[in-house]
Design a protein around this ligand. Structure first.
Ligand code: DHB
Ligand code: MG
Length: 219
């Protein structure tokens, strides 16, 4: 018999509002960044605060120092992650779109962690390919979904043993289980989910916060 939890029968959007209301509040700086990103016309696809908070807790548990992000957007998650690192820690964040990278650089410079975030303009595949083996404690994937499997494979080389892989949009923008939906990005997420679930390289669990966040540890 297929396992169905009680939670699966009761969770509604009200519960996610409740979860957000029971998370330490988003600080004014990140709230300001979010508002400015909307004003500047950036896509409104940044992670939510509860997910950022989960990621900060995981980075702190891991005592992560060297973090890589693929897909900077406006810099919200990079700044949030940088705040969870010890002094000397660093987030390298890769962004393909020059206007997004420029926005992120501006907000990093104004933040409380200007020396902990480096915005690298370029393609994730190129930047990952140039990184040293076993040089990262954690990687957050939030870029082009078609490349997620390639990124996940590259991270097996880049991550230190016991390093953490986080990946956004595991629930494919809400369309994961819609059999009619054959959108390229949704199909790519389905392929990534199947790949990481059966990977010998990672122990992984899909956490249903935001649009779904994979939390995986490199074996
Ligand atoms: C899209 C990308 C994201 O990373 C996200 O969180 C939501 C939407 C998108 O490409 O549409
Ligand atoms: Mg995302």
């Amino acid at each position: 018999m297929r396992y169905r939890s009680r939670v699966a029968r009761i969770l509604t959007s009200d519960h996610f509002d409740y979860i957000a209301a029971h998370t330490r509040p988003e600080d004014p700086f990140l709230a300001g960044l979010r508002a400015a990103a909307i004003e500047a016309g950036l896509p409104q696809i940044s992670i939510g605060w509860a997910q950022a908070s989960l990621m900060q807790i995981l980075l702190r548990l891991r005592s992560a120092r060297d973090v890589l992000e693929v897909g900077t957007l406006g810099g919200y998650s990079a700044i949030a992650m940088a705040r969870a690192l010890p002094r000397g820690g660093r987030v390298k964040t890769v962004e393909l779109e020059p206007a997004h990278a420029a926005f992120a650089r501006e907000w990093v410079a104004r933040s409380d962690v200007p020396d902990r975030v480096e915005v690298i303009e370029g393609a994730g595949r190129d930047v990952l390919g140039g990184l040293e083996p076993a040089s990262a404690d954690a990687v957050f994937l939030d870029a082009d979904k078609q490349s997620y499997v390639v990124y996940g494979e590259a991270c097996l080389r880049i991550l230190r043993p016991g390093g953490m892989l986080l990946a956004d949009n595991a629930l494919a923008f809400g369309s994961l289980l819609d059999p009619e939906c054959r959108d390229d990005s949704v199909e790519a997420i389905r392929r990534f989910n199947d790949w990481i679930a059966q990977s010998d390289g990672y122990q992984a669990v899909l956490v249903p916060l935001g649009d779904g966040c994979w939390v995986a540890i490199k074996e």
